[in-house]
Write a new protein. Structure first.
Length: 360
């Protein structure tokens, strides 16, 4: 463990009240500057103070919005641009060429477009790949059935350098995900490495999204309203915009303003369960544009398939009993993936199916 990372290991005695690194208002999600922590050399008192201050800002953002943007985050602009350019080349190829690596029920990684999408209003095409290749998941979503299967990535032959650009960006954004995980733990008054072990055999994947111009934007969405299932999502978007978040206080849809080189972070269902509803997995959606195409790259930070998700014991008390029953992440993941592909009539599985008490 490096000296700088030591700041994540010690839980703060209290959460600082200063919000020196965040911008908080009811009209837009917070913008948090990570440079105060990222640029420090050594785990000294100032490092801990800055980590705690940033953690406090992140904690408030997770509680009030479930979304925030980060700047000076350490993901190299050149790496991001290389992948954006390569992704545009891939999506610009003939459909028949892209479908050589199309996903199916057996292999959920690869290319798919609106023809394979459960919700016909979704107006986009995507390419997905796992960070860990292969990735091990349960063979069935049924709690009664056992067994595992290995899922592997599919890589196109063209454009040249596509796989390398994808993997280079994924490695950088994964490092940021672990940093944010540590800061979120600190914001809860827990050791910074409290959640790390859940990601030892992670099922995380990165998605490349392309939203073509839509001639009838009133009849379609780039992505319908939904909540992310995992721990957190790190999203790079271009300057076209279109992402909207449902504000926790009143449910109003708020557009997320594109900021050059910023990354958008949102909390997923796992984090909401771990924090026993303290932190919020917000609904969000993407609206389409009638004249401009849009690109985005979400990284979905998912725990290992054997992880059982439940409220953290340290956050429970007689006054705060668990709001959720325990569930297995791998079974949850496989169920969500299978229902997406097979266009099942039943609703997608949600964490509310495991709720044991109504939300406060």
């Amino acid at each position: 463990m490096g000296e700088l990372d030591q700041a994540f290991v010690q839980a703060p005695e209290h959460r600082p009240t200063a919000k020196t690194s965040g911008s908080f208002s009811d009209g837009e999600i917070p913008i948090i500057d990570l440079s105060l922590f990222r640029n420090l050399e050594g785990a000294n008192a100032n490092a801990n103070a800055n980590a705690n201050a940033i953690a406090s800002a992140i904690g408030e953002a997770c509680e009030r919005w479930g979304f925030f943007q980060v700047i000076n985050h350490g993901v190299a602009s050149e790496t991001r641009r290389r992948l954006e350019d390569t992704a545009a080349e891939f999506f610009g190829m003939e459909t028949a060429e892209k479908r050589k690596v199309k996903r199916d029920e057996v292999n959920p990684m690869g290319y798919h477009d609106e023809e394979h999408t459960k919700n016909v209003r979704d107006w986009k095409e995507v390419f997905d790949f796992f960070l860990q290749d292969p990735t091990v998941v349960p063979a069935s979503p049924s709690p009664e059935e056992t067994g595992e299967r290995m899922l592997t990535n599919q890589w196109p032959k063209n454009p040249p350098g596509f796989r390398e650009a994808c993997q280079e960006y994924a490695r950088e954004v994964e490092k940021l995900a672990f940093k944010l995980l540590g800061l979120i733990s600190i914001s809860l008054g827990l050791p910074g490495d409290r959640l790390t072990s859940y990601f030892k055999e992670q099922t995380s994947f990165l998605r490349l999204n392309h939203y073509p111009p839509c001639p009838c934007p009133e009849l379609a969405l780039g992505v319908g309203r939904h909540k992310d299932g995992g721990a957190l999502t790190i999203l790079a978007q271009d300057n076209v915009g279109g992402l909207q978040v449902s504000r926790r206080s009143d449910g109003q849809w708020i557009p997320i303003k594109p900021i050059p080189d910023a990354l958008i972070i949102n909390i997923g269902n796992c984090m909401q369960v771990w924090t026993n509803d303290k932190y919020w997995s917000a609904e969000h959606r993407v609206v389409v544009n009638p004249t401009k195409e849009r690109y985005s790259m979400p990284f979905f930070f998912f725990p290992g398939s054997k992880v059982d998700v439940k409220p953290l014991e340290e956050l429970l008390s007689g006054q705060s009993p668990p709001s959720y029953k325990e569930y297995n992440w791998g079974k949850f993941f496989v169920s969500r993936n299978r229902s997406d592909f097979k266009k099942l009539e039943a609703d997608n599985i949600q964490i509310d199916h495991f709720r044991v008490s109504p939300p406060a």
